[in-house]
Ligand binder design. Structure first.
Ligand code: GH3
Ligand code: MG
Length: 436
C-alpha cells in the first residue's frame, strides 16, 4: 500500500516537473494516435498560435495539415515518412502554421514515434512545438540584408575583407574574389601566396601599409595593380582601417576594395594622348621634357652621358606656300618616318614644334659613332621625301650636343639650339656641333 502510495507520489512529482519544464521552455505538446488520426494538443500548443480551445478540440492530423502552409505540407509528409522508415532518428521540421486571425507562425516541430506494432508499423508519435517566428524572421531579414549587400558590392564593383587578429583568419566578400579573378566559393588565398595577387611594387606598398595599420591603427588608401597567374589583371583602389575593441585595442583590420581598372585605363589613354603628336605619332614637347628630365636623372645616377640632336626642316615655309598646308603635313609625316627608319630602335624621337624634331641618343657611345649617326641623319634627307609632280626634297639642319655631366635641361637645350642655329647660318642642310 505504502509502495503504491510512494509510486503515485513519484509519478505526480515527475508529472509536475515535466509541466514546469514545458512551462519554462514555452513549448507545446502534441500526441498523435496514428491509427485513428486523433491528435491531442496541450494548452501551450493552442495558446502559442493564439487559438481558442474549442477551435482546436477535438483535433486531428487532417485539421493540422489544413493549418499547414501549402508550401510546407510536402516537407512535413516527407519528414514523417523518413522517420517512419527509420531513415531518421527523429522527426523535425520548420514550418508555417496558420494561427488566429489567419496569421502565419513559424513553428519548429520535433517528435518521435513512441509506439510501433510488432511488424514495425508506426502507431503513435509525440513531440513538441516551439514558436521560432522571431528567430526565422530575423534570419530571413539577415539573409536579405546579406544578399542586398552582395548585390550592391557586385553592382558597385566593391569588395571587402576582414582580418581577425585574434585568430589570424581572413574572410573575403564574394565580390573581392571576382575582382581578383578567383572563384568565389574558395577560401581566401593563404598569406604565403597573397603577394601573387599584386605586382611586386604594389605588394610592397600594401604589406607596408598593412603592417602600419596592425601596429599603430594607421588607415591607408592605395591604388594597386592586381596580378593573376603572373600577369596584369586590373587596378584596385584599396582602403583599410583598424577595428578596435571598446577598450581601444586593435582587434582586426577591415578593408574595402574598389575595381578602378576602367578609370585607370582611361587615364592612361588620356595621358598617352596628352603626350602624343597626332600628326607624326611621335612624342610631343611635353613628352620630350619629361623624357629629358628622366634621362638626365639616370645619367647622373649611373655616371654616364647621352647626346641630343635638334633638327629643323630647311625652308619649310616655302613647302607650305608652294604646295599648300596639306602637303606640308604629309611632308612632316614623311620626315618623322625617315627619322624612325634612320635611327636605332632605342633612340627616342620627338616632334617638339612646327617643323622641329629632337632625337635623344640615350646610350653612351664614342664621339666618332655620334658623328656618324648625325651625318647619316642629314644625308638621309637629301633624297626626296614626297613624290609630287616633281620629287619633293626637304633637307634638314641639325645641332648635336653631348650632355656635359652637369648642366640641366634648360642649359642643354640652349646649347643644342645654338648648334642648330649655326648649322642654319652656315647654309643649312648640315650638322653643327661643338662636341665632336
Ligand atoms: P628655316 O630654314 O629657317 O627653318 O625656315 P622655315 O621656313 O622652315 O622656318 P621655320 O622653321 O621657322 O618655320 C616652320 C614653319 O612650319 C612655320 C609654319 O608655317 C610651319 N608649320 C608649323 N606647324 C605646322 C604644321 O603642323 N603643318 C604644316 N603644314 N606646317 C606647319
Ligand atoms: Mg624650319
Amino acid at each position: 500500500m505504502t509502495d503504491f502510495k510512494s509510486q503515485m507520489e513519484r509519478l505526480k512529482r515527475d508529472n509536475e516537473r515535466l509541466w514546469l519544464v514545458l512551462e519554462a521552455s514555452r513549448m507545446g505538446l502534441w500526441d498523435w494516435d496514428m491509427t485513428t488520426g486523433q491528435v491531442d494538443v496541450d494548452d501551450h500548443w493552442i495558446e502559442m498560435l493564439g487559438l481558442d480551445h474549442d477551435q482546436v478540440r477535438p483535433f486531428s492530423i487532417e485539421k493540422f495539415m489544413m493549418m499547414c502552409h501549402p508550401a510546407d505540407v510536402d516537407k512535413v509528409n516527407k519528414a514523417i515518412e523518413d522517420h517512419a522508415k527509420f531513415e531518421s532518428d527523429f522527426y523535425q521540421v520548420e514550418i508555417r502554421l496558420k494561427g488566429a486571425q489567419d496569421q502565419w507562425f513559424w513553428i519548429k516541430s520535433t517528435g518521435k514515434i513512441v509506439k510501433r506494432s510488432d511488424d514495425g508499423e508506426p502507431l503513435r508519435m509525440s513531440g513538441v512545438h516551439e514558436d521560432v517566428s522571431t528567430l526565422v524572421r530575423e534570419r530571413i531579414r539577415g539573409d536579405i540584408a546579406r544578399s542586398q549587400l552582395e548585390a550592391a558590392q557586385r553592382l558597385g564593383g566593391l569588395g571587402s575583407w576582414y582580418l581577425d587578429l585574434a585568430t589570424d583568419k581572413v574572410t573575403w566578400s564574394e565580390e573581392l574574389f571576382r575582382m581578383q579573378g578567383l572563384t568565389p566559393d574558395k577560401e581566401p588565398p593563404p598569406a604565403s601566396t597573397h603577394h601573387q595577387l599584386f605586382s611586386p611594387e604594389s605588394w610592397e606598398r600594401l604589406s607596408k601599409a598593412l603592417t602600419e595599420t596592425i601596429a599603430h591603427g594607421t588607415p591607408y588608401e592605395l591604388e594597386l595593380e592586381m596580378f593573376n597567374n603572373g600577369s596584369f589583371h586590373g587596378w584596385m583602389l584599396a582602403r583599410g582601417e583598424a577595428i578596435r575593441s571598446p577598450e581601444g585595442a586593435i582587434v582586426g583590420v577591415l578593408g574595402v576594395a574598389l575595381d578602378i581598372t576602367q578609370r585607370k585605363t582611361r587615364e592612361t589613354e588620356l595621358r598617352k594622348k596628352a603626350l602624343l603628336d597626332p600628326l607624326s605619332q611621335l612624342g610631343n614637347r611635353t613628352a620630350f621634357e619629361i623624357s629629358l628630365a628622366q634621362t638626365i636623372k639616370q645619367a647622373n645616377q649611373s655616371g654616364s652621358s647621352f647626346a641630343l640632336i635638334m633638327l629643323d626642316i630647311d625652308h619649310f615655309k616655302e613647302i607650305n606656300d608652294q604646295h599648300g598646308h596639306d602637303v606640308g603635313d604629309r611632308a612632316l609625316v614623311q620626315v618623322a618616318e625617315r627619322l624612325r627608319a634612320t635611327l636605332r630602335g632605342d633612340d627616342q624621337i620627338f616632334r617638339i614644334g612646327g617643323d622641329e624634331f629632337v632625337v635623344v641618343l640615350a646610350n653612351p657611345m664614342p664621339k666618332e659613332k655620334l658623328g656618324e649617326i648625325a651625318a647619316r641623319l642629314v644625308l638621309a634627307f637629301r633624297t626626296p621625301i614626297l613624290q609630287l609632280k616633281k620629287p619633293l626634297v626637304a633637307t634638314i639642319s641639325a645641332g648635336l650636343v653631348s650632355w656635359n655631366g652637369r648642366e640641366d635641361s634648360h642649359d642643354l637645350l640652349k646649347r643644342a639650339d645654338e648648334a642648330l642655329y649655326r648649322a642654319k647660318s652656315a647654309g643649312r642642310n648640315q650638322l653643327a656641333s661643338d662636341d665632336l
